[in-house]
Design a protein around this ligand. Structure first.
Ligand code: GAP
Length: 397
């Protein structure tokens, strides 16, 4: 963990929150590479679960909600951890508005709430047929008693959650499908299946709203711990919000007969924990060309930088000009993150890109000026091949 935390800070993935003021426990800030990594994961998740499915609808709800929603959902009375002989509610309280008008509410402890309270809006505006789901990515806040293990347990986190609405009698089949989808997503970002283990959560350990939960645990360096979860929330939330708000949270059955209150399957992914699992999966130490190296073996799909472009020597204007031309062409033609580097010798540049997980490096050398080919180096093997400059766009695509 120390090596990963240090690499993350040194190379601009993740910094301690408010560091120049001595930090703030349970907060971390994502730097230039961290934000790219995060965005790539969010995009893959959104594409897999929203864009490529006809039964899913995305949304982005407010973090601040009417406090009655958190009373109805059971969070005000039940979202607590043991602390001494009293339970400690881990929702962050905040005051909204000024003076006598002010009300007390909470920073949302899960993104789920915003999806349940918008159930009626969604049904009335897009008329979905069961089964269907709502998906959301966003921040959630928990006043954890003991934040720890880098970005594993934090007080400000990001979740990627789905509330999938099904007919009550179909919950088991849907739960099984989502179990597979959770694994499929982990596979797609490059989290090793061998390091992910399912844990059937006992009734005593389950959240107050759940009748069945599977935790997907990951072999973190500090032990096997929860990475993400899958819960059967029954109609707990829709029923509770119906009772508290008076709104009818129902959907017309396929046949247009009786209105029905669906049950909910909820896959919930923590983005920060996904990033940590990816860093742990990708961190590799090996030997290349007789020298030790450290590199991040990221899947190409999540790698924060997809390619580096270098002039072999920075004091040769003809090489720099050609490399700039190639760089400009690639940046224009390929919608991805490509970096320019002319600092230090070529070996050092390769190592720097290896360390941040860049899959390919493209070097412009003297031969490029003669035959318009460039060297393309593979991160994992260190092998190089000559490729026509005109073919680079296709390689990156
Ligand atoms: N809506 C369901 C829900 O929030 P949860 O198991 O409490 O369920 C879901 O949280 C996921 O959110 C966890 O599996 C984890 O990935 C992430 N998560 C929860 N608390 C976290 C924390 N303090 N720091 C980082 N990630 C956290």
């Amino acid at each position: 963990m120390e090596k990963i935390v240090s690499l993350c800070k040194r190379r601009g993935f993740i910094y301690p929150g408010s560091e120049i003021y001595g930090g703030l426990s349970g907060t971390w800030d994502y730097g230039p590479l961290g934000v790219e990594l995060k965005n790539n994961i969010k995009q893959l998740w959104w594409t897999m679960f929203v864009k490529k499915r006809r039964d899913m609808y995305g949304m982005d709800a407010a973090i601040l909600m009417n406090p009655r929603a958190w009373e109805a959902s059971g969070h005000v009375s039940g979202f607590a951890d043991p602390l001494g002989d009293k339970m400690f509610n881990t929702m962050f309280k905040t005051s909204i508005g000024a003076g006598e008008e002010a009300i007390i509410s909470y920073l949302r402890p899960e993104t789920a709430g915003g999806m349940f309270v918008n159930f009626k809006n969604l049904v009335d505006s897009v008329h979905p047929k069961l089964p269907f789901g709502i998906a959301q990515i966003g921040k959630a806040f928990r006043n954890e008693i003991a934040p720890r293990d880098f970005i594993f347990r934090v007080r400000e986190l990001e979740q990627m959650e789905i509330e999938y609405f099904v007919r009550p009698e179909e919950w088991e089949g849907s739960f099984e499908k989502w179990r597979e989808h959770v694994h499929a997503f982990m596979d797609s970002v490059g989290i090793s299946r061998q390091m992910v283990h399912e844990l059937e959560v006992s009734a005593a350990e389950r959240a107050h709203y759940s009748k069945r939960t599977i935790d997907f645990e990951f072999d973190f360096p500090f032990g096997r711990k929860e990475l993400c979860g899958l819960a059967y929330r029954t109609d707990f939330d829709l029923r509770a919000h119906t009772q508290a708000s008076g709104a009818k949270l129902e959907v017309q059955d396929d046949e247009g007969t009786l209105p029905l209150m669906p049950h909910v399957i909820e896959p919930s992914f923590g983005l920060d924990r996904t990033i940590l699992a990816l860093l742990v999966s990708a961190y590799t130490e090996d030997e290349l060309g007789g020298a030790a190296r450290t590199y991040l073996k990221f899947n190409k799909s999540v790698a924060p930088v997809k390619a580096g472009v270098f002039p072999l020597l920075k004091n040769r204007p003809e090489l720099v000009a050609k490399a700039e031309e190639v760089y400009d062409m690639l940046v224009q033609q390929v919608d991805t993150t490509i970096v320019w580097d002319d600092n230090g010798n070529i070996g050092k540049r390769y190592r720097r890109q290896d360390e941040i997980g860049t899959p390919v490096c493209i070097t412009i050398d003297f031969q490029t000026l003669e035959d318009d080919t460039a060297t393309v180096r593979d991160r994992d093997t260190g092998e190089q091949e000559r490729v026509a400059v005109g073919g680079l766009t296709d390689i990156l695509r």
